[in-house]
Design a protein around this ligand. Structure first.
Ligand SMILES: Nc1ncnc2c1ncn2[C@@H]1O[C@H](COP(=O)(O)OP(=O)(O)OP(=O)(O)O)[C@@H](O)[C@H]1O
Ligand SMILES: [Mg+2]
Length: 195
């Protein structure tokens, strides 16, 4: 059965930056799902409000699986959608995490609509990606890495280790961290204003 690794996380967390570096280190292919959807025109429509493509998961699953089956080594697939390409085995999922305040800065600098910024910051704060991927693949396959204070190459090296060897990964609790720094109230009021 064809195999793959997944790098997950909310938009702006670093899937493309770190995933492509990790794939180089592992001498394997990096497949960025959002690029794959665009280049192979696998979307049904473009939602201008959320500035995102709407995909049909069945079509995507079949198309991605045929690409993965051609690879000699398990590729790394970057996605924020928790799904399994048809007939493929997911070896491990790495969820990248970034302090919501840092994520806020990245997403704002991208010029995203403020509502989209708030939605993604809220998703990071509430561990949404971790919960979704654990739900889909089980706790034993999913590990997390906090990249907030890591340089890209260090993050990529850690990502390779976690993907190929497993291990505990990081335990994330942004709410308690931000409470300690007395920053949670401002962040929550930002989220509730725009979500
Ligand atoms: N240590 C770091 N690791 C990764 N990215 C970092 C780091 N520090 C800052 N950044 C910045 O964070 C952003 C991460 O963006 P990137 O495109 O890799 O995220 P993404 O998860 O692929 O987003 P999307 O889901 O929208 O494709 C980049 O602008 C990058 O320059
Ligand atoms: Mg990306």
């Amino acid at each position: 059965m064809a195999e793959l690794y997944i790098i997950a996380g909310v938009p702006g967390v670093g899937k493309t930056t770190i995933g492509s570096l990790a794939a180089k280190l592992m001498r394997t292919r990096f497949i960025d799902l959002s690029e794959f959807v665009k280049s192979d025109r696998l979307y049904t429509t473009y939602d201008s409000r959320s500035r995102s493509y709407v995909v049909d998961l069945r079509t995507l699953s079949a198309a991605l699986s045929s690409v993965i089956k051609e690879e000699g080594r398990p590729p790394i697939v970057a996605t924020h959608i928790a799904f399994k390409p048809r007939g493929c085995k997911v070896l491990r999922v790495l969820v990248l995490r970034k302090n919501p305040l840092s994520l806020l800065t990245v997403l704002r600098s991208r010029g995203y609509p403020i509502r989209k910024v708030a939605e993604n910051v809220a998703a990071e704060l509430m561990d949404e990606q971790y919960v979704e991927f654990v739900h889909k693949f089980g706790r034993s396959k999913v590990v997390q890495l906090d990249i907030t204070h890591l340089k890209c190459h260090d993050a990529a090296r850690k990502a390779v280790k976690l993907l190929s060897k497993g291990g505990k990964g990081d335990v994330i609790n942004w709410i308690s961290l931000l409470e300690k720094n007395s920053k949670i109230n401002r962040l929550l009021s930002f989220i509730s204003t725009y979500c």
